[in-house]
Design a protein around this ligand. Structure first.
Ligand SMILES: NC(=O)c1ccc[n+]([C@@H]2O[C@H](COP(=O)([O-])OP(=O)(O)OC[C@H]3O[C@@H](n4cnc5c(N)ncnc54)[C@H](O)[C@@H]3O)[C@@H](O)[C@H]2O)c1
Ligand SMILES: [Zn+2]
Length: 368
């Protein structure tokens, strides 16, 4: 079992722990009352996760004598809306759940974001326990306190910072996760290595086959490594004002690709492509060491992640989306880049870099 502390200097929130332990899903009954005692636990999940993992979690709560209410919504990003938030909060009000409720988010990033936003707003805010069930949610979405929903105008536009009381990660739940979801999560782990820890990056590649085969012990070690990196970055910059931009490596292009494909490609797969393109941009701009892009491509290929954008997109379309994003952010598209594998680039007192359009287009051509 490992326990990693997320410190939140300067943020109006308490530090909290991320616990990584096989079997911890069933032990939530002994963990929850210590960090977030409640009259009743509202377990929020989606219908797919509910099928696999609601029962062991609820059994664990019941055998510890804790009262729980299960609330579930249809799986998928299309449920990450204000409507789902309204339905969940109405159901909670209908069941008479009071201020002394703790929300348990059992699921992937969609559940974590929606349930987190419910916890942030229900009765002006109740405690939250994150129990992530996708690799992406374990090493990324469940840590950092960002919660929210999508709007027709764009993703994640309505939300709040609401830090969990604890994040409980049971690597065994990955047994039922579809393979492409697992690979998408691995792309984020590669990103963690690329921005912060070369040895970790190389280790992922050494054990890639076992990770892809779902080896629980190695996945546990991977989660531990990535959570340490994410926790350190978030602790240094809890409100996302500076250094946390490092976590956006691969994401400016990655997001544009996701949008261009109407979110038909898994986020992690788009980020894999984004990292390659942004390493190319960095090399061309003289910010990233030569051959970094090649090493990243090898890593991405080893993990069976895509090296090229699925057919049907051209550089102009992606560039147009980067430009729209730029407009949305008052005219500056800025990129988080790495100086080499294991090191985020920092120059002129900034963690992000403005890049000329022609460099972006040239880099995009290499992944199309
Ligand atoms: N808050 C943050 O900081 C943050 C960071 C990154 C991503 N996100 C958000 O996370 C979301 C993506 O998260 P995701 O990739 O986890 O998607 P997701 O929550 O939609 O989960 C993907 C699919 O896997 C299923 N699933 C989850 N766990 C399973 C398991 N153990 N076994 C079988 N099936 C399982 C889900 O039902 C769903 O169908 C996006 O909305 C994104 O915006 C948030
Ligand atoms: Zn991401």
């Amino acid at each position: 079992m490992t326990r990693i502390r997320v410190e939140l200097t300067g943020a109006a929130a308490l530090p909290y722990d991320v616990v990584v332990q096989a079997g911890s899903l069933r032990e939530l009954g002994s963990i929850a009352p210590l960090v977030a005692p409640a009259h009743r636990y509202a377990v929020i999940t989606d219908d797919i996760v509910a099928r696999h993992w609601a029962e062991p979690l609820l059994d664990g709560l019941a055998s510890a004598g804790l009262a729980a209410t299960l609330l579930s919504f249809a799986a998928g990003e299309t449920s990450k809306t204000r409507e789902t938030w309204a339905e969940l909060t109405d159901q909670m009000l209908g069941k008479g759940l009071g201020r002394d409720t703790t929300v348990i988010a059992l699921g992937g990033g969609v559940v974590g974001d929606v349930a987190g936003f419910v916890a942030a707003t229900y009765m002006r805010g109740v405690p939250l326990i994150q129990v992530p069930t996708t690799l992406l949610a374990m090493i990324d979405a469940s840590i950092g306190g960002k919660t929210g929903v999508d709007a027709p105008a764009g993703k994640n536009l309505i939300g709040a910072f609401h830090q969990p009381s604890i994040v409980v990660i049971d690597p065994e739940v990955l047994m039922t996760l579809p393979a492409d979801q697992l690979r998408g999560g691995l792309a984020e782990a590669v990103k963690h290595g690329a921005i912060a820890d070369r040895a970790y990056f190389e280790w992922i590649l050494e054990v890639a086959d076992e990770l892809l085969a779902g080896d629980t012990a190695l996945l546990g070690a991977l989660i531990d490594g990535s959570v340490r990196i994410k926790a350190a970055v978030v602790s240094a910059d809890p409100r996302e004002e500076g250094q946390r931009a490092a976590l956006n490596f691969g994401h400016t292009i990655g997001h544009a690709i996701e949008r261009a494909l109407d979110y038909g490609l898994h986020h992690g797969h788009a980020v894999a492509l984004g990292m390659i393109a942004e390493a190319e941009i960095g090399e061309r701009a003289g910010i990233t060491a030569q051959q970094t892009r090649d090493r990243l491509s090898q890593a991405i290929e080893t993990l069976n992640l895509p090296l090229r954008v699925p057919a049907g997109l051209n550089a102009g379309q992606v560039q147009e989306l980067v430009r729209l994003d730029k407009k949305a952010r008052l005219g500056v598209a800025r990129y988080s880049l790495i100086s080499e594998i294991g090191k985020i680039a920092y120059a002129d007192r900034s963690w992000t870099f403005p890049i000329e359009d022609h460099l972006v287009v040239e880099a995009l051509r290499t992944i199309l």
